[in-house]
Design a protein around this ligand. Structure first.
Ligand code: SAM
Length: 231
């Protein structure tokens, strides 16, 4: 279970109402149960539930079960699409070890707003479910132009570009620190494409001869990078 508090020997941890509900009503567990806790910093800790009620639960840390494992420094930059598909992207990016998730508004982005807290909750759930010890931060929605303006020096931006003629073998992708950029269903506008071409540190990448949906493209690109450069 993901918690915000520091984890350490003998540390008392307050678990949320949602966690208490999950433990008591879904798993049918009570006091004395051992659970695994993580907070993206201190690794995985075994803790024992000492109190459980409707409003929350208390646990005490017994010992570290696994050291902290950080994902490679790979970001996913993507234009939000329909709600369920955006949720899917955040979930899969977490499972595939993205270190940070940055939603961007593009000219053809269908959604003007995102629920950052909901997407962050999806990332937490996905990390809990896949046994990771790290939850990627879901950043606030920003215009792509601003993200490109403020792009950190030295971080490669891998642009998944469906218009590339060369759809042969996937290219050799740059190592971390890196980010993958996936467009919305309508793709990038001509202005955005020109801007991307003119931005230094941008590498374009084909994901094959077929046009993939944005959510498929995100999964394919993250997998490809992790296969080449991940650990
Ligand atoms: N512009 C397209 C159109 O309307 O025909 C479709 C955009 S595609 C559905 C959404 C995003 O997925 C693209 O902006 C791109 O980032 C990525 N993508 C999809 N297929 C791809 C491919 N074969 N190679 C590289 N990127 C791809």
């Amino acid at each position: 279970l993901f918690v915000e508090q520091p984890l350490g020997q003998g540390q008392g941890i307050a678990l949320s109402q949602a966690h208490a509900h999950y433990l008591a009503n879904v798993l049918r567990k009570g006091t004395g149960t051992q659970v695994a806790l993580f907070n993206s910093r201190d690794g995985e800790w075994l803790a024992e539930i000492t109190e459980i009620g409707r409003r929350g639960a208390l646990a005490i840390c017994l010992g570290q079960a696994a050291p902290q494992r950080m994902p490679p420094d790979l970001w996913l930059v993507f234009a939000p699409i329909k709600k369920a598909r955006t949720d899917f992207i955040v979930e899969k990016a977490t499972e595939l070890g993205a270190a940070r998730i940055l939603p961007v508004q593009t000219e053809f982005t269908n959604s003007e707003r995102i629920r950052q807290d909901r997407l962050q909750a999806h990332a937490i759930e996905a990390a809990e479910q896949c046994g990771g010890t790290y939850v990627p931060e879901v950043a606030a929605l920003k215009p792509l132009t601003r993200v490109l303006q403020d792009w950190p020096e030295g971080r490669a931006l891998i642009w998944a570009d469906e218009s590339l003629a060369d759809a042969g073998k996937p290219p050799a992708l740059p190592p971390a620190p890196a980010a993958i950029l996936i467009g919305p269903e309508g793709g990038f506008s001509p202005t955005e494409r020109a801007k991307l071409r003119a931005t230094s540190g941008v590498h374009s990448m084909s994901l094959g001869p077929r046009i993939l949906r944005a959510d498929t493209a995100a999964v394919a690109a993250l997998t490809l990078w992790q296969a080449q450069q991940g650990d």
